[in-house]
Write a protein that binds this ligand. Sequence first.
Ligand code: CO8
Length: 259
Amino acid sequence: MADDDQAVRYDVGDHVAMITIDRPSARNALSTDVLRGLCAGLDRAEADDEIRAVVLTGGEKIFASGADIRELRTTSPAGYLQSERLAAWARFGRFPKPSIAAVAGYALGGGCELAMSCDFIVAADSATFGQPEIRLGILPGAGGTQRWARVAGRFRAAELVLAARTVDAWTAREYGLVARVVPAERVVAAGVALAGEVAAFGPVATRLSKAAVRASEELPLAGGLEHERALLGTLLSTEDHFEGIDAFLEKRSARFTGR
Ligand code: CO8
């Protein structure tokens, strides 16, 4: 589709990359082209040592309306299992730098799952989260059933997934999904500000901290604690660790280099 040519934008600020879905005619539906654009943005942000955090957004009106329903109509089960779409979702899960979703308006279906693939969600007061897949005779396929149950509990997840209930920004915050709620016109700026806060810390420490927190989704407690200790052991020998200590003792701001 012609409007997909520019459907994902990539902008760079001070140690922060912003990846913006811009496909308003389809309410930022996640077509294969959009997923491809998101992957390209993440590849670029990962490869650039200057980038220490990423903001993922759809701007100040809508985050994403989910999978592209027109594409879905022609997707067979076999095609789905082998599709570029699945590879894209795996890519989102593997992105190693801190990521912040700045969500305004609807984050539905795959759009909600995309926000949940990030490390923080900053929501506009206009945000609406939901998993309406059941209306299309399917279920969430990019983590929605599992992540909602872990974040909000099985019974709230059932309401979202089985009854297609949506939740507003404050309810999502009460559920533990959303870090903060801000006016819609400030949501992108708030995401960038939070990314800037994270980017000010040592990039190796933030990367391993992300890995440690993410491991809690996969590992039982004993294994997670072991993993945490191993990552801490790695950080104890970094230059940034000594810089952080020296900066504290010398009462100055630390200058982290990622070494
Ligand atoms: N996909 C494709 N087109 C869409 C989508 C979408 N998800 N959402 C909206 N559009 C299109 C509409 O068809 C319409 O196009 P047109 O102007 O050509 O008629 C245009 O965007 C505007 O849509 P609306 O008039 O409906 O806009 P509103 O502002 O009134 O409403 C909503 C916005 C609430 C977002 C509404 O459009 C909506 O409910 N969209 C569908 C939401 C949805 O059901 N999402 C879940 C999709 S399924 C999924 O994400 C998981 C799939 C996992 C399996 C993957 C297998 C491959």
